[in-house]
Write a protein that binds this ligand. Structure first.
Ligand SMILES: [Zn+2]
Length: 331
């Protein structure tokens, strides 16, 4: 099958809280989209059933049948092998181990399916259809509850020898730093993610610092999150501004490492914390400039992700398209 203007792709983004499915053209025009909750608590089989149902419905909703679909792309959180389509483990999907996800989807639909990590997918989504169009060397950084990423080298996603590359959130920034959920210490995401920001706020409030943050969550300290801290910072709260500045500082340290290692032409920042915009990104980029090689820093562009909630699902579709093109030699 060849890739042309009429190629239709089924994209699936399996998240810890939602399953997003689309039918899209090879040009990135979304023809149909469905979002469901992920029944994580009901276990693996229920989640897979839900994926298959959602995919069936999204094809129907586009007034199509499965024969109209050329290829299927699946994005999933956690560690997976894109060559075998096996999802090893995922922090967002407890109990999942070595699940042959792409085979399961292929068996149902009789179409080739390709699996890719969700952050790698998002990088591809931005490369094909978003802020990274036309770039060859791109790093995508998503900053939300954790930090994830995708590395595009010479126009191709770099997935490593068994597919687990791009875990930029777990580069160590501070060897004595706070523990990370991966078991290590001082990882980038343990210092610069939304979770790190909320944890730091909680610690400083517990230590007695005065701030409007507590009032914003009606005194329920466990409700403190990055969004509330952002609002407080915008309203001039001193502690909130200090916390955002601290996050920006660590974000910048990590960005400088990425610039020095990869010499990218563009770094795209997505995820919930990118909504803070310049308040967070400006000082982070400045800090990166203080640390990175000047020549590399001068040439790198910074951009905010354009695809929002669709980055993973469109990236999954782009990945499937890329795999299909490899076979047919087009692109
Ligand atoms: Zn870690």
């Amino acid at each position: 099958m060849s890739v042309d203007f009429d190629t239709k792709i089924l994209g699936i983004d399996l998240g810890g809280t939602k399953i997003l499915t689309v039918v899209t053209t090879s040009q990135g025009k979304i023809l149909s989209t469905i979002q469901n909750m992920t029944p994580v608590k009901e276990g693996r089989d229920a989640v897979i059933k839900s994926i298959l149902e959602s995919a069936t419905r999204v094809i129907e909703q586009a007034n199509m049948v499965i024969n109209d679909i050329s290829v299927i792309g699946i994005a999933a959180p956690g560690l997976s092998n894109p060559e075998t389509g096996i999802l090893f483990t995922s922090p967002n999907l407890p109990g999942w181990k070595d699940v042959p996800l792409s085979d399961m989807v292929e068996d149902k639909f009789g179409r080739k399916a390709f699996l890719i990590n969700d952050a790698n997918a998002a990088a591809l989504g931005e490369l094909y259809f978003g802020a990274g169009r036309g770039a060859l060397n791109l790093i995508y950084v998503t900053v939300s509850t954790g930090i994830g990423g995708g590395i595009i080298i010479n126009g191709k996603i770099y997935t490593g020898s068994i597919g687990t590359a791009g875990e930029i959130g777990h580069m160590v920034i501070d060897v004595e730093g706070p523990s990370c959920r991966c078991g290590n210490r001082g990882c980038w995401e343990a210092l610069a993610s939304g979770t790190a920001l909320a944890r730091e706020a909680t610690e400083r409030i517990n230590a007695g610092e005065s701030t409007s943050i507590l009032k914003r969550v009606n005194g329920e300290i466990e409700r403190i999150n990055a969004e509330v801290i952002h609002e407080a910072a915008r309203d001039g709260d001193r502690l909130a501004n200090e916390l955002v500045a601290r996050t920006a500082y660590y974000l910048g340290v990590g960005l400088s490492n990425l610039i020095n290692i990869f010499n990218p032409e563009i770094i795209i920042v997505g995820g919930g914390l990118s909504n803070m915009g310049n308040m967070l990104l400006k000082p982070a980029i400045k800090e990166a400039g203080r640390r990175a090689f000047k020549q590399a820093y001068r040439e790198v562009r910074f951009a905010v992700a354009e695809l929002g909630r669709n980055s993973g699902v469109m990236g999954a579709a782009a990945y499937a398209l890329e795999k299909l093109s490899c076979k047919t030699g087009i692109r």
